[in-house]
Write a protein that binds this ligand. Sequence first.
Ligand SMILES: NC(=O)c1ccc[n+]([C@@H]2O[C@H](COP(=O)([O-])OP(=O)(O)OC[C@H]3O[C@@H](n4cnc5c(N)ncnc54)[C@H](OP(=O)(O)O)[C@@H]3O)[C@@H](O)[C@H]2O)c1
Length: 329
Amino acid sequence: MKAIVYERYGSPDVLELKEVEKPTPKDNEVLVKVHAASANAADWHIMRGEPFLVRLMVGGLLKPKIKILGADIAGRVEAVGRNVKQFQPGDEVFGDISDCGWGGFAEYVCVSEDALVLKPASTTFEEAAAVPLAAVTALQGLRDKGQIQPGQKVLINGASGGVGTFAVQIAKSFGAEVTGVCSTRKLDMVRSIGADQVIDYTQEDFTKSGQRYDLILAANGYHPILDYKRALSPEGIYVCTGGSMAQIFQSMLLGPWMSMIGSKKMGNLAAKSNKKDLAFMKELLEAGKVVPVIDRRYPLSEVAEALRYLEEGHAQGKVVITVERNNKT
Ligand SMILES: NC(=O)c1ccc[n+]([C@@H]2O[C@H](COP(=O)([O-])OP(=O)(O)OC[C@H]3O[C@@H](n4cnc5c(N)ncnc54)[C@H](OP(=O)(O)O)[C@@H]3O)[C@@H](O)[C@H]2O)c1
């Protein structure tokens, strides 16, 4: 089978399209013919081995242990191991396979059945592949850490990216009044996915407007943590899922201390792939409450280009890899 393989950490130039052995499922595994995958910031961090901490997290201090990147997949079950209960050949599935060895940038991958959920019939493989990691991050940030409630004023900083476009739609589905922060060129798109208000961060700093929010999800960008705190209502919650290293470290190191003083809660989320949460996202897709925003599609042979583009940090929604050309649902 064809796969995008890398043997050393570095720029997208280290990625090569190679012919490798097609995997065989173990007893508890499912062999999936990948129709589409999607790219996440985690792919390029692990490709570069930067920050160094990711090498400790995924293994491979000097050389990558994971040889084929790609966490998000959608495809068709081709074969199942003898202990697999939930799927059979022909099923259309999607999932985040980062907990079972990665490998989505390939024609086939073997994964635990626990990583997969049946794909909604009305969702294309490309749309489904866009969902798992980014949407589950947004869901866990808003619902679990952020304790989102109907009627709350919720602000998403970085509303136009992979996580942000899901966060806006998920927050709306919970009945919140949503403000999306993005740059000028993306205001219309963020409005079109349901944001009640949009703020152009090139024109206005929302932390200085005097407006207060019950929940702020920082999906991207940077503001000092004290500025986020100021923009919260008295019982407000701030959840950082991404953005600059300074933003992430401030939320991790200072957030817990700041939460001890007063009634505002400040913190960080490291999302965990979770089948129940993906099944929850499946329901939102089926109900039409969430529609993945796809910015660009690249063929498997151009994963390096896809990651180069994503790494620039200006994607509008998700970047998808089309692995199987005949991609009808
Ligand atoms: N905590 C976790 O478990 C977890 C999970 C997934 C991702 N992440 C992290 O979350 C971050 C975002 O992920 P993603 O998939 O959404 O990335 P992404 O799709 O690459 O984000 C790109 C978007 O961010 C916007 N952006 C850039 N600078 C901004 C700023 N200063 N203010 C507001 N928006 C800005 C860009 O809009 P413009 O071009 O218009 O600026 C673009 O639309 C990354 O740092 C990633 O590593 C964390």
